[in-house]
Design a protein around this ligand. Structure first.
Ligand SMILES: [Zn+2]
Length: 372
């Protein structure tokens, strides 16, 4: 369990405490100040990292922030899936995704073995998906010391088994552009790179960022029956045209919004809004919240550890972005860049899809679980 806890906290892209400005007071007419009268439905957060000792904190977090369901992308591997399932059996408002044990990657038949473990996790332990972290393509080496590419054919049986089981694959590939630039004070993500030197991919020892996205696209193309959630806004939030092209080209691909409001909200808001409206069935609300006994992660990790008091402003920064029409507001994860974002004022119907309907359909959620 320890390694599953450490991997996302060390490798996950995320940000610091919510030092955002306090949100405005509620409007006298009811509803949030940025959208008077609006009643938010119970929301599904499709991108959480919840560890066993974070479960108590999760219950409070969900009640305080109006969440109907949490998707835990750190459900565990073949060894730890069963105890995790047992722990969450009494907490139906969280569902788990399975994780691959990469330490076994040199074993013959690794892909088949992982496919069989995924099947056990889904059929015996109620898991609802598979999560692949960015280690694939970036950090993993094979027995000969060669980089393991995202489109490694050894994993084909795993993608195929996910399709056969009817569960999606959430996949993180590459990272923001700034991580490929020199980690010097003029880098717009210098603060984050200085704190996490391992997140810098500058230099010839690292694969090209667009080459990684090309490998990811090869997987989408080769496995049209497998549903993929390309996390962090298609793993390329800085390029709206790319995200639109991927969604237009591959009906088997969804994107989530986790830990990328800073990037999404930098684009002209009318363009972002148009993309959300055009693809309202394929965009999922996610945050990249992490809860464990060791601490709280809110989209990234800053120098100071966030506290429980930071969780509500973190979610509110999301509501304010999707629901409001303000310009120049703080984004939820300031360590990911000290700029502001523009809210996108999504229509009610699009909010319904992004906040819960798409996730409920994709994950086959019993709506009674959400209180509907
Ligand atoms: Zn994550």
């Amino acid at each position: 369990m320890v390694r599953h806890f450490i991997v996302p906290l060390v490798l996950a892209l995320a940000s610091g405490a919510c030092r955002s400005d306090p949100a405005p007071a509620p409007a006298p007419s009811g509803g949030p100040a940025w959208r008077p009268g609006y009643v938010r439905p119970p929301v599904i957060d499709v991108h959480g990292h919840i560890y066993p000792r974070g479960l108590a904190r999760l219950e409070r977090t969900m009640v305080d922030n109006g969440l109907g369901l949490m998707v835990n992308l750190s459900g565990g591997d073949g060894e730890t899936a069963a105890p995790m399932a047992e722990l969450t059996r009494t907490f139906p408002r969280m569902i788990n995704f399975f994780n691959v044990d990469w330490r076994r990657r040199a074993e013959p038949g690794f892909g088949e073995a992982m496919a069989a473990e995924l099947e056990t996790a889904v059929e015996q332990h109620g898991f609802r998906g598979l999560k692949i972290p960015k280690v694939l393509g970036l950090y993993l080496k094979d027995a000969e010391g060669r980089r393991v590419p995202v489109d490694w054919p050894e994993l084909d049986p795993l993608w195929q088994r996910a399709a056969a089981l009817g569960v999606p694959v959430a996949i993180h590939t590459a990272d923001p552009r700034a991580f490929w630039l020199p980690p010097t004070p003029d880098n717009e993500r210098y603060e984050e790179l200085a704190l996490h030197p391992r997140w810098s991919f500058h230099g010839p020892q690292w694969p090209d960022r667009l080459a990684l996205l090309g490998e990811l696209e090869n997987v989408f193309r080769k496995h049209p029956k497998t549903t993929f959630i390309s996390v962090h806004f298609g793993n390329n939030a800085e390029d709206l045209a790319y995200v639109a092209r991927i969604l237009d080209t591959y009906p088997n691909v969804y994107v989530d919004t986790a830990a990328r409001l800073g990037e999404i909200g930098r684009h002209p808001p009318d363009q972002v809004r148009a993309l959300f409206i055009a693809h309202k069935n394929r965009i999922l609300f996610g945050t990249d919240i992490g809860l464990s006994d060791r601490g709280i992660m809110l989209g990234s990790q800053g120098a100071e550890e966030p506290t429980e008091a930071d969780i509500r402003p973190f979610y509110e920064a999301h509501w304010r972005f999707f629901e409001g029409r303000e310009r120049g507001i703080p984004h939820p994860t300031p360590i990911q860049g000290r700029w502001t974002i523009d809210a996108i004022d999504l229509p009610d119907d699009v909010l319904e899809h992004v906040y819960w309907k798409n996730a409920a359909r994709l994950l086959k959620i019993d709506l009674a679980t959400l209180g509907r």
